[in-house]
Design a protein around this ligand. Structure first.
Ligand SMILES: [Zn+2]
Length: 254
């Protein structure tokens, strides 16, 4: 047994996992019984108001239209999800207490990032590199990946991943679903998506290997380090902001 300072807390009943660093949050999560975020009605209302008045960039407007008219039309459970600009979000949310790592989310190069079961953030690269506003297929595929996260978070009680192991599991499953969609597009004749299928296939493999580790502190440290130092085809391509903390909590806002 160690000295208790950084002992991980794994509670199978509540799914709460923590390093014992923030005892108040760990206790509150256990009280919620879902490993859930601590959220007040006022916090939620203030967040929705900020998102509603955020800049209506073209990639936000188009992504919201694809979400509402295509994804939510296919799956009504996806109705009501807000789309906002990732860079705006990084600026806004990083000023909230305990969320400095969010400032770097916009620098990691994500085409999209899902913050909660009701908010997905998007960047121009959702429409390819360089972005093509006329491209409907790439954003539809990438938003489908984010839609999987929305459904995962909702299944967990409106809860983003609280551990890196959960994050790896979510990504393995969401990229697995995306691979099915990309292969469907390729089979329909759009062979230019073969490179995307390769990249997504590698991610399914990588996250699958990480997700196979047992719960616990050693796994948390391993996955965090691996995501910070990830290499893609020999090129460094960190999957997380450089100042990502010991738990994913500081990258999500309740
Ligand atoms: Zn993802």
């Amino acid at each position: 047994m160690g000295d208790g300072q950084t002992r991980i807390v794994d509670d199978p009943a509540s799914k709460a996992t923590g390093y014992g660093i923030n005892a108040a949050v760990d206790t509150a999560n256990r009280a919620l019984g879902i490993g859930g975020v601590v959220r007040t009605a006022a916090q939620a209302a203030s967040l929705r108001a900020a998102v509603a008045s955020s800049p209506a960039e073209w990639w936000v407007v188009k992504a919201q239209a694809i979400w509402d008219d295509v994804l939510a039309a296919e799956d009504p459970s996806l109705k009501g999800v807000q789309i906002a600009d990732l860079d705006w979000w990084a600026e806004y949310a990083s000023k909230l207490s305990g969320k400095p790592a969010i400032a770097e989310l916009g620098d990691v190069g994500y085409p999209a990032w899902t913050n909660s079961s009701s908010l997905t953030l998007v960047a121009p690269s959702l429409f390819g590199e360089p972005p093509d506003p006329a491209d409907d297929t790439t954003p539809r595929l990438l938003l489908k990946h984010e839609a999987e996260h929305i459904k995962q978070f909702r299944r967990e009680g409106d809860q983003p991943p609280r551990t890196y192991l959960d994050m790896a599991r979510f990504e393995r499953d969401a990229y697995g679903r995306l691979l099915v969609e990309v292969n469907r597009v390729i089979a329909a004749g759009a062979t230019e998506y073969a490179d995307l299928a390769d990249a997504v296939g590698q991610l399914v493999t990588t996250f699958g290997l990480w997700a196979a580790h047992p719960p616990g502190r050693a796994t948390e440290e391993f996955i965090l380090a691996a995501m910070l130092l990830h290499e893609d085809n020999g090129q460094p391509s960190a999957m997380l902001p450089p100042s990502a903390g010991p738990t994913p909590d500081n990258m999500y806002v309740p």
